[in-house]
Design a protein around this ligand. Structure first.
Ligand code: LMR
Length: 382
């Protein structure tokens, strides 16, 4: 039975609810199902969510026995569209989707969230570097961090996708002291997937043969796709490929600028592949990592084993037992080439952190970031 309640008159931030009650159904159908989990998604009427929500509702992300309550956050502008998203979810007949709540107030939509996927933010367009969005989007993550702090489940896992995602995750984390800092992530799985694709293409193998790929640092053009520790069919990728010049001069910049290259083609940023990588990032936390392998996610540097400055959100190699938490993978080979590149990304993130110190309650230095980069410049621009 479906009950619908429209937004209450006079409420500035109405939450209207599509509440799907299965009390009239035979119990046997859902026997063995786990307790439903609340997954909150911001930017829910956007293109990334339009791919992601249907994956989540289908069971492919959290498992075939995991019922889902989707709490969808939109904006004043996307209110109608959000209702359209909820209607399409209803029409898709996903048994595991137990409830859809939509609204524009994070204090209502993040209530009891066990996962918060923070996708909504202004995306960059042609001619912009991701860090150009710092000031524009930073405030969103202050508000959402505070809301999570107040109303989310205390074990809530937060995955920040809106750019610049590392520093937005830092802002949200610093504004949510009630939540475990270890539970904040910024998405670099998209970069890992891009790196695996290019290594597989070069080696002439399927993607699943490529493992142990780390993205170090910032989800920006300073990111470091680590081919030194990557493996292809269990062997060192460097040996299988046997072309250091390609790895350093073609592979590395291709991954660093892939987001920009897509913006040039589409006129907007990637959506479907981002959604796939969010699904992959969640799966990596809710299923045990295969023996000997790891995945990349940008997390708080507190207590990291690689000597990266603390107080930033930095992508590193991690493993999970499948319980939603992770641990750092130690002991990777850091040669001079990697060390120098990792340092550059660390410096960039430290500068980003300084630029948002007014949003994180820290006493930071002056904002020293340079202006727009060039990886999204359209042909003819400079
Ligand atoms: C991407 O990497 O595709 C996204 O972060 C969008 C962007 O601005 O590049």
């Amino acid at each position: 039975m479906t009950t619908r309640a429209a937004a209450e008159e006079g409420e500035p931030y109405g939450v209207f609810k599509l509440n799907y009650d299965i009390s009239n159904d035979v119990a046997a159908k859902s026997a063995g199902w786990k307790t439903p989990i609340v997954v909150a998604v911001s930017g829910a009427a956007g293109q990334i969510s339009n791919h992601l929500l249907f994956k989540i509702a289908s069971g492919e992300v959290y498992g075939a026995d995991q019922p889902i309550i989707l709490n969808l956050l939109g904006s004043e502008r996307s209110k109608e569209a959000l209702e359209g998203v909820a209607m399409e979810l209803e029409d898709s007949l996903y048994p595991l989707l137990r409830q859809v709540n939509i609204g524009i107030d994070p204090l209502k939509i993040f209530k009891d969230a066990e996962w918060a996927l923070l996708i909504g933010a202004k995306p960059r367009g042609p001619g912009m570097e991701r860090s150009d969005l710092l000031e524009m989007n930073g405030q969103i993550f202050v508000e959402q961090g505070k809301a999570l702090n107040e109303v989310a489940n205390k074990t809530c896992k937060v995955c920040v996708v809106g750019n610049p995602c590392n520093t937005n995750a830092l802002i949200a984390m610093e504004n949510a002291p009630n939540l475990d800092r270890k539970n904040f992530h910024a998405l670099t799985r998209l970069d890992e997937n891009r790196a695996k694709c290019q290594l597989a293409l070069k080696a002439g193998v399927f993607y699943d043969t490529v493992s142990n790929v780390t993205i170090w640092g910032n989800h920006s053009t300073t990111q470091v796709p680590d081919f030194v520790n990557a493996k292809i069919d269990g062997k060192k990728a460097v040996e299988v490929i046997g072309d250091d010049a390609w790895l350093e001069e073609e592979f590395t910049p291709t991954i660093q600028t892939r987001g920009g290259a897509l913006i040039k083609k589409w006129g907007r940023s990637s959506a479907a592949s981002t959604a796939v990588s969010i699904a992959d990032a969640i799966k990596s936390l809710v299923t045990p990592t295969p023996e000997g392998d790891w995945f990349s996610t940008a997390v708080s540097t507190d207590g990291n084993p690689y000597g990266i400055a603390e107080g930033i959100v930095f992508s590193m190699p991690c493993r999970s037992k499948g319980d939603g938490s992770y641990e750092f993978v130690e002991g990777l080979e850091i040669n001079d080439w990697l060390r120098e590149k990792i340092k550059a990304s660390e410096e960039e993130l430290t500068k980003e952190a300084d630029c948002v110190s007014h949003l994180t309650g820290k006493l930071g230095g002056a904002c020293e970031l340079q202006g727009a980069g060039t990886d999204t410049m359209l042909p003819g621009e400079n």
